[in-house]
Design a protein around this ligand. Sequence first.
Ligand code: DC
Length: 225
Amino acid sequence: MKKINIAIDGHSSCGKSTIAKQLSNHLGYIYIDTGAMYRAICLYALRNNIISDGIIDEELLFDKLDNVSVSFEYDKANNQCRTFLDGQNVESEIRGLWVSENVSKISKIKAVRQKMIFIQREIGRNKGVVMDGRDIGSVVFPNAELKLFVTASVEERARRRSLELKDVSFEDVIKNLKDRDEDDSTRKENPLIVSENAIVIDNTNMTKEEQFEKVLEAYENAILN
Ligand code: DC
């Protein structure tokens, strides 16, 4: 069977990774969560005082960037990804509010994006990759055979996210999501856009099963072309 690259972009906490995992399991493809890469760099910056009081020392980050390693493992049995920062499993730490509140300051830096995009393209060189993020269809793989743009209302996304973040108030979650939507869509470097030929999936009122049916249909069409 012909292998393709699948780009999944969209707003924060809209279920991109659910689709990406379903597809990669179904097709036997590699799954890459590119947001985790930016989160890991953010954690590195926070731990090393490269971000302090919300201000980033961009020059220092630039100097250190080439020596930071970010890698992944996918645990198929438990359907879970693990992100490693310099060999340490940081999967749970990168999901916390400390990183979430600071990560868009990192992901807007051109030098950081260039490094991440280079790594992402290397991974996708031989096809058979499902990658989710914000700029996958528009910048990383503009020729991806299948591009999806996933979204849902901000209230529904906050409701889902609140179930995961038990000790954070709903108001804080919604504020964080709105801020990130704004940052992602208005930043200068590779903002979140609906890229050309992307299929838009608004899953506000969809079950995971309904959504996957739609996605599989899009995949079948893409593979025929
Ligand atoms: O998807 P996420 O919330 O884990 O993403 C974390 C941050 O990284 C968020 O600020 C968006 C940004 N990001 C990006 O700019 N480009 C990507 N390809 C993936 C994520």
